[in-house]
Ligand binder design. Structure first.
Ligand SMILES: [Ca+2]
Ligand SMILES: [Ca+2]
Ligand SMILES: [Ca+2]
Ligand SMILES: [Ca+2]
Length: 493
């Protein structure tokens, strides 16, 4: 019966989009969106790319974005046909979608509900902001989680790229979770959930280089035929996977109810749990935030394992040049076991050993120092595939300015390094990502910062009330307002 109704509704949606896509004061019973009476594996939350209506309740009429107010189909009607009263679950006061007629720049929201976030807004190349693809009123409601988008183009003509990595409103399914983020779980369904999927508040954040334990039996308690888990990471994992390497994280026990994940990078990871049971297949999708304190700079590149690319960090007030062993923090002097006589002392307090004990350098920090220095190089990747390199300052001071540099140490061929900047665990900058890869980075030079050097970004840390935020200034060739500052045989700051 309900299947037949879905077909009718879907036909109406295609033919009568304007009528159904009420957004604003007339939002509401726009018809069941087809997600279902079934609690099977249909909780897709992707935007449609082209044409028609999907089970996720989004409409994208053709290859051009819809007009203001037309991107999202909103709350379905309550199930009534043959549904026992105790299982019928209307939503009395759905959260207002908050769609407007004009887009507001810089807020990461789709204010005009046309399916695009901060469209026609300018931004600075490499800046990253939190964003949400859904009616703006539904942000951070129910299952919904913000994602991120990176500024693409050039500094003069930057625009926001796709918003990814979050969880958007999707058609309500029977999973004890508010999938369409209207404030009511499983509303509009005739529903007795077999699975109880976690919402954002149920997922604890993790820390890089520590073991993250998951337990699917918290969310599904019945008989399981099999379990499977999938993890999707951020920009560096895209680089690693595209170049045929392993991702930066390790998923152990992916076919058990209780897998563990070893994360080496900060950032947001989308995890999908699938459990096959005698009564059907169920999925839960959620986001784990991996958070390191203060400033973290992470470098990855395609040719890990064949090319040695090095990360450098230098504070602007030392008057030093790159590969200066007194001030520049890099592989030569910033690791646990390298040169105590010339470790860079930037005046920061040390961190508890727990902040670095799980890193490749952790046991050496513990053995030689009993704490972790700031700054420090947690990972010096010389030849291991699928591993990033990173430098941390756990507790920077307010107003400090750090410059990030990438050096082509050894190997041959053209490389496309990518740098992520995190402040208090949130990614705020990404440089060198497609479609704006670094070009002309093809000459290695070994010791003394010879060969290619890429001055990436200046990061000012703003510290207030124990919270660190960052002001980023992308760097360009001298005298220019766009492009990457790649030089050769030049060690000047
Ligand atoms: Ca918009
Ligand atoms: Ca906006
Ligand atoms: Ca709901
Ligand atoms: Ca639900």
């Amino acid at each position: 019966m309900r299947s037949a109704l879905f077909s009718i509704h879907r036909g109406l949606l295609v033919l009568g989009a304007t009528w159904l896509l009420a957004c604003g004061p007339t939002y509401g019973n726009a018809g069941d969106d087809g997600g279902g009476s079934s609690n099977q594996n249909d909780n897709s939350n992707t935007l449609l790319q082209d044409g028609g209506v999907g089970q996720d309740g989004f409409l994208w009429p053709d290859s051009t974005p819809p007009d203001a107010g037309q991107a999202y189909q909103l709350d379905g009607a309550a199930a009534t046909d043959g549904c026992p009263p105790d299982m019928s679950n209307p939503c009395g006061n759905p959260v207002p979608p908050g769609c407007g007629t004009t887009e507001i720049c810089g807020n990461g929201l789709d204010d005009n509900c046309n399916g695009e976030v901060d469209e026609l807004c300018t931004c600075a190349l490499g800046d990253v902001q939190q964003c949400f693809v859904g009616p703006p009123g539904r942000v951070d409601q129910g299952a919904c989680v913000q994602g991120t988008q990176t500024c693409e183009g050039s500094n003069e003509f930057g625009h926001w790229g796709p918003c990814t990595g979050g969880i958007w409103p999707s058609a309500e399914i029977c999973d004890d979770l508010d999938n369409d983020c209207n404030g009511c779980a499983d509303d509009g369904l005739c529903c007795n959930p077999v699975i109880s999927c976690p919402g954002p508040g149920d997922i604890q954040p993790g820390q890089p280089f520590t073991t993250y334990q998951l337990d699917g039996t918290q969310w599904y308690t019945g008989t399981a035929t099999s379990w499977s888990w999938e993890v999707v990471g951020g920009p560096c994992d895209d680089v690693f996977i595209a170049s045929g390497n392993s991702p930066s994280f390790t998923l152990n026990g992916a076919n058990t109810a209780t897998p563990t994940i070893e994360f080496t990078l900060s950032g947001d990871y989308t995890v999908t749990m699938t459990v096959v049971t005698p009564s059907g297949t169920y999925t839960c999708t959620f986001v784990i935030h991996i958070i390191g304190p203060g400033l973290r700079v992470e470098l990855c590149w395609e040719g890990t394992g064949s090319r040695d690319i090095d990360l450098h960090l230098l504070r602007d007030d030392f008057g030093a040049s790159w590969c200066d062993d007194t001030y520049d923090c890099y592989y030569m002097n910033c690791k646990a076991g390298s040169g105590d006589g010339f470790r860079p002392d930037w005046g920061y307090s040390t961190s508890n050993i727990s902040e670095c004990i799980g890193t490749p350098e952790g046991s050496t920090w513990n053995l030689l120092h009993g704490h972790c220095d700031n700054p420090r190089l947690d990972v010096d990747n010389i030849s291991t595939a699928g591993i990033p390199e990173n430098i941390n300052v756990d507790s920077p001071s307010n107003g400090d300015v750090f410059r990030v540099m990438v050096h082509y140490y050894s190997g041959s061929g053209t490389e496309h390094p990518l740098v992520n900047i995190y402040c208090d665990g949130y990614r705020v900058g990404t440089y060198g990502q497609l479609p704006n890869q670094v070009t002309g980075f093809n000459s290695s030079g070994g010791y003394g910062c010879q060969g290619n050097t890429w001055r990436v970004v200046d990061v000012e840390t703003l510290v207030s009330g124990g919270v660190t935020t960052c002001n980023l200034t992308a760097l360009h060739p001298p005298g220019q307002t766009s492009g990457y500052d790649v030089r050769n045989n030049d060690t000047s700051y």
